[in-house]
Design a binder for this molecule. Structure first.
Ligand code: MN
Length: 286
């Protein structure tokens, strides 16, 4: 199933005909009192809600995808985990260019581990990336994004994929400079997830996905998840050996070679096999 959020927090199932509104399903979610859970309640309940969503989708007339504003398919992730330099050719390009590494010590992922982006940086494809510090280089990074489906701690790579709810395209927008990664990658709107979540029963193997991003029609990154240094199972194993992963937690798996600057007014088009494509506008903070 392909699941999206759109407009005023509506829930949709995407088919070849368009978006079928299944917002009513959200009434089945448990209600929470303070303290609110540190995971995404909808993703946690997804296995129980799937049948009702499919039924409602068949009963609701499709809307054209172009006519809605897509939000992040995960509303409230507890963590946005990200992998640094997880493609060999990207490591080589970073080491070769001072404007990318700024004298920071750049290690391969086995030594560097993972980092976190602020959850407040998250937007969907229908929202605008609002760049800040325009005097500095702001880059696009396209990445395969993994959404965790159930509590996961100390899982082995062999068992890791059964803990995945689904996948989407991720953009890890980045200000280049000397500061810590998480600081430069966490401004509001610097994480984009979309266009929708493709559930893991539909996308069983994330290891052979070709993907591209263009900026104003010019191709910038063109790669395949085959070339990940640590694949999705290994990333989940590594992450879950440090902290418990919860439903709705996002893992951005790292970007391949070809990162480059974006400017206000640019239009990004990101495409990934078996997921789809999303067009995202770049603006500036108002
Ligand atoms: Mn990245």
């Amino acid at each position: 199933m392909r699941i999206c959020r759109f407009d005023d927090n509506r829930l949709g199932v995407v088919t070849g005909d368009g978006i079928h509104d299944v917002t009513q399903t959200l009434k089945e979610l448990p209600t929470w009192t303070y303290p609110l859970p540190m995971f995404d309640p909808f993703i946690a309940e997804l296995p129980k809600l799937s049948a009702a969503m499919e039924r409602q989708a068949r009963q609701s007339a499709p809307k054209p995808i172009d006519g809605v504003r897509l939000l992040s398919p995960v509303a409230s992730p507890g963590k946005i985990i990200a992998a640094p330099v997880n493609y060999k050719k990207h490591l080589e390009e970073v080491l070769a260019q001072k404007e990318l590494h700024h004298g920071n010590l750049i290690n391969e992922i086995h030594k560097a581990g993972l980092f976190l982006k602020a959850t407040s940086s998250l937007i969907g494809a229908g929202e605008t990336i609002e760049l800040i510090h325009l005097d500095r280089r702001n880059d696009h990074e396209i990445e395969l994004a993994v959404i965790i489906g159930k509590p996961t701690r100390d899982v082995s790579a062999a068992n890791a994929l059964s803990h995945v709810a689904g996948y989407c395209i991720g953009l890890d927008i980045t200000i280049r400079g000397p500061e810590e990664r998480s600081f430069r990658k966490s401004p509001d709107s610097y994480t984009v997830l979309g266009p929708w979540l493709v559930t893991a029963d539909e996308l069983k193997d994330p290891s052979h996905l070709a993907f591209t991003i263009t900026v104003n029609g010019e191709i910038r990154q063109d790669a395949n998840s085959d070339d990940l240094v640590l694949g999705v199972p290994e990333l989940i194993e590594l992450a879950s050996s440090f902290y418990t992963l919860h439903p709705g937690d996002v893992i951005l798996t790292g970007t391949p070679q070809g990162v480059g600057p974006v400017r206000p007014g640019d239009v990004l088009l990101a495409k990934m096999d078996k997921i789809g494509e999303m067009r995202v506008n770049v603006g500036t903070r108002k």
